[in-house]
Design a binder for this molecule. Structure first.
Ligand code: GLN
Length: 310
């Protein structure tokens, strides 16, 4: 196998020249103006070696990738009771779909679609003012990445609050079934702010290391979650992390992954690497077009798919 450094550099060069780059999310105004030309990639190996290429040090809006960190925090706060209020089955529906909520009585299919993440935000709000809950999330992500430069882009959070009619509808509908415990505006305030976390590929790949390493943050040697919980979060990422494109992502890449409409993807090769890619153009399912392609090529050249024999 070529060296990982060479593989990462090759992929970035291929992506720079790729003609079909998808389309940026235009329903959140600040995301609509991000140039399609961007591509960044960071791969942190188990021993901490980090390989980067392209725009790996440029911040982008992590959007729904934050749902992984929020789920981790909420599981720590409420434990496995969380699963009484949110399911863990793939939805087969778009990330912002409302259809299943009616027949399933306000219990979202999984924590990685918007409806499920809104319920998780509601859990994180218990006992806190919104500002404190948002501060907890930010502190947690900074600690995971060991980088206090990570911030929340207030302009993105504000823009989402102004254009988030679907999320407002989802939250009200869930509340009607009694599965939101706080006023809709407060819960959505937490949700929009976590989605507005701004991070680089390098920071994101570092933040994901606990999922590669059996729940331990290798930077500190401290346990973030138990090994069992890390394995289970990875399982939900594999089955639900790309919405109605999760089957396709498993087929092409074969790694637990979580995408966001900012064009980022966090992917975990358990025991091997934590990987972040970013390219703002999305495919029809709202997942990064070139991010997915880059991960597909990485896995082909490293044999890192969880379905590859070791
Ligand atoms: N903040 C976005 C929304 O709620 C997140 C969606 C996503 O990244 N898929 O619409």
């Amino acid at each position: 196998m070529d060296s990982l450094a060479a593989i990462v550099a090759d992929i970035a060069a291929e992506m720079a020249a790729a003609p079909d780059r998808g389309a940026v999310a235009d329903y959140i105004p600040p995301l609509a103006t991000v140039p399609l030309s961007h591509f960044g990639m960071a791969v942190v190996e188990a021993d901490g070696t980090c390989h980067v290429a392209g725009d790996a040090d440029q911040t982008f809006s992590i959007q729904s990738i934050s749902k992984v960190f929020a789920l981790t925090l909420a599981l720590g706060a409420v434990g496995d009771q969380l699963w009484r209020r949110v399911g863990r089955e793939p939805s087969g529906s778009a990330f912002n779909s409302i259809v299943q909520l009616e027949t399933e009585r306000g219990v979202p299919r999984n924590p990685f679609i918007n409806a499920g993440a809104i319920v998780v935000s509601d859990m994180l709000l218990a006992g806190y003012a919104p500002r404190e809950a948002i501060g907890e999330i930010l502190r947690f992500v900074r600690a995971l990445a060991n980088d206090d430069a990570i911030f929340i882009d207030e302009a993105v959070a504000l823009a989402e609050a102004g254009s988030g009619f679907r999320n407002i509808a989802l939250a009200n509908y869930i509340r009607a079934f009694g599965n939101l415990h706080h006023p809709v505006e407060r819960t959505l305030g937490v949700y929009f702010h976590q989605c507005a976390l701004a991070m680089t590929c390098r920071q994101l790949a570092h933040a994901g290391r606990y999922l590669m390493a059996g729940g331990i943050n290798p930077a500190t040697g401290r346990s973030v979650v138990s090994a069992q919980r890390a394995r289970r979060i990875n399982a939900v990422m594999m089955t639900c992390g790309h919405y109605d494109g999760s089957g396709e992502f498993a087929y092409r890449v074969g790694l637990p992954g979580k995408s966001g409409v900012g064009g980022g993807i966090l992917a975990i090769a358990p025991g091997k690497a934590s990987i972040a890619v970013w390219s703002p153009g999305l495919n029809a399912r709202g997942n990064s077009q070139l991010g997915t392609l880059a991960l597909e090529r990485l896995v082909q050249r490293t044999g890192w798919s969880v379905f590859d024999p070791d």
